[in-house]
Design a protein around this ligand. Sequence first.
Ligand SMILES: *Cc1c(COP(=O)(O)O)cnc(C)c1O
Length: 375
Amino acid sequence: MYKIMTPGPTQVAENVRMARSRECTNPDLDESFVEFYKETCEKISRLLKTGNETLILGGEGILGLEAACASLTEPGDKVLVLDNGIFGNGFADFVSMYGGVPELYTKDYRETLNVQELAEYLKEHHDYKYATVVHGDTPSGMLNDVFTICPLLKQYGILTVVDSVSASFGEPLDIDACQIDILCGGSQKVVSAPPGLTFVVVSEDAKKAMAERKTPIASFYANLKTFEHYYEEKWFPYTMPISDIYGLRAAIDNIEADPDILERHAKIAEASRKAVTGAGLKLYQNSGFSNTVTVFEVPQGTTDKAILEGVKKDYNIMLAGSFGVLAGQVIRIGHMGNNAREDKVREVFAALDGTFKKLGVSLKGSMEQIFVDSL
Ligand SMILES: *Cc1c(COP(=O)(O)O)cnc(C)c1O
């Protein structure tokens, strides 16, 4: 087995794997499962500091993004798509798929969204039903400031859909303070459960927008309204993936029992960035550094494939390259959830030291040493 140090999926703790192997009941008929589901949802809401309702959907992270867009978009709706990263850009597809008119607000992928600039833009352009915002744009390691962006949009009555799949629980987040209308999370990033589940946290304003639609939602599986009365009616729209949810619950319990989780992510991320720059390599971003993933440029004289193969073959560690416009350009180290551990990240930098040496790329210092010294 490889040590999976990718920016998701992450390594899954033993108690989560054990929880997934528990005996199953019939989740449609056993009312105790409805209670368990609701309790798990309430825990997620509480940890993300909101009274808004969480729904766990049976599908990987992408389902949450699509469900948010499917449920809010009516044909002809204008949607502001904040695009300073690959997932940011990708929202435009979900918007147009459901008949909306996406308006791309495209900015430099190396910079966090400039809130002043956005505020200026909104003065002239604010006729949008909702906006899409990526909290942590994983392919480039970009962090956007949802604490200022989302309330700014809300001042204009613009609802916000936030992709926090790779950020939530690893970055500070307060859904109520941010006034986020639909927050999307996933099981396989910081949460550190296997891929397969997404959760959405839905505000009363978002529910109102869905209730006031003039046209039906053009989906069943991505229709958030189908969950509307699940608790009162003890009825889910489809049979819930019960083992996945047992695992998710154990992973959420692990997070709840770990009060230092945010501090640890911040500390490890900062030391990782120092290891990269101290060794003479270049971080991809100029601003907006995510605490869950570190992204650096492939140095001259080698390739992403050679680096990834080197750490895999000689050190049994799996890192990631990137994709889309970033394909071939960068290496990504995931240090999220269970992988935000000093010993694990130290091993990654030791492996990179050795791999660069073998590839004939000279560094200004040992990444491992700089990492350890910076903790
Ligand atoms: C991982 C991730 C998702 C889910 O997408 P997959 O590529 O299918 O795992 C969505 N948004 C962001 C920002 C992610 O990092």
